[in-house]
Design a protein around this ligand. Structure first.
Ligand SMILES: [Zn+2]
Length: 293
């Protein structure tokens, strides 16, 4: 039976020298598209970034979170995605309306992203942050993450990310895989992996044809024996709340707040990740500011 819902699988080889994750993210990328009203170009770039963040977050231990930031010179502007080990992801990009003509029949994600930097921030459960950056080598996002892992974390990796946008601009398919090779992996296995990845074709078309994460693993691993460790449902989820926004208001200077109140009679803060607006009138602001912290 086909398991056609968004989820992520994590697997490892018997010698523990190759770990691989694959995800189907079609529904959550479609949700992001509706939320941010993205152009096909922005849908593809944000969808790849959301999928990449979920894959990276799944490498971390429980309680940890990851944020991917793609800061390029292209028309899309900065792209942000945050994910956690529970399979929750949220994101946004600066210019959701930016679009470009197709390039060789494909959405020109590299052109939309441009040149710049990829930053991976990990918020570890003990409260310690970890941050690493590399330059964008192609703007395709999957290749940029591959380069990041290989150069910044010195783990030979391969990341494939894809989003297929339908004629009506909805998301037909989205997903990705992340493969990491440890130092004692056999040359034979590495050669097999390289050949399999070269033959896999378009990842988003495979997912569009009904292949789930388990079948993506099979395509990448081929004859290499592996064991699935975990399956996790993945979804678009914003964790903003009245409490978090109130804390944000509290961190603003009273001077800033006074000038906004004077101009608008209220303070409105919109969450970038889900577009929900939180509104505070003068009385509410006074209560917040006079509260003991
Ligand atoms: Zn939100």
């Amino acid at each position: 039976m086909k398991d056609n819902h968004d989820h992520l699988v994590r697997a490892i080889t018997k010698d523990r020298q190759i770990r691989i994750l694959a995800a189907r993210t079609t529904d959550l990328v479609e949700e992001a598209r509706k939320l941010h009203k993205t152009s096909p170009l922005a849908t593809a770039a944000l969808g790849r970034t959301l999928t990449g963040a979920l894959l990276v977050a799944s490498l971390l231990k429980s309680g940890h979170e990851v944020s991917l930031s793609i800061d390029g010179s292209g028309p899309l502007g900065k792209i942000i995605a945050e994910a956690n080990y529970k399979g929750e992801v949220r994101g946004y990009l600066k210019n959701p309306n930016a679009n470009l003509p197709l390039k060789n029949g494909k959405i020109d994600v590299a052109g939309g992203v441009g040149q710049g930097e990829l930053t991976v921030r990990k918020m570890l459960a003990n409260g310690k942050p970890y941050e690493g950056s590399t330059k964008l080598i192609s703007g395709e996002i999957g290749e940029d993450l591959t380069y990041y892992f290989t150069v910044s974390e010195q783990i030979p990796s391969s990341v494939g990310l894809g989003v297929l946008v339908d004629k009506d601009m909805s998301v037909k398919a989205a997903g990705g895989f992340l493969l990491q090779v440890m130092p004692d992996a056999s040359e034979e296995d590495i050669d097999l992996l390289e050949a399999n990845i070269a033959n896999i074709g378009s990842l988003s078309r495979n997912i569009g044809a009904g292949k789930g994460p388990e079948e993506i693993l099979e395509l990448v691993m081929g004859d290499i024996y592996y064991r699935i460790l975990e399956k996790t449902d993945v979804k678009y989820h914003c964790r903003c709340s009245e409490d978090r926004i109130t804390a944000l208001v509290k961190s603003l200077s009273s001077k800033e707040i006074e000038s906004v109140l004077e101009e608008q009679g209220k303070v409105e803060i919109q969450c970038h990740f889900c577009n929900q607006t939180y509104s505070f009138d003068e009385n509410e602001i006074n209560d917040i500011m006079n509260e003991e912290s």
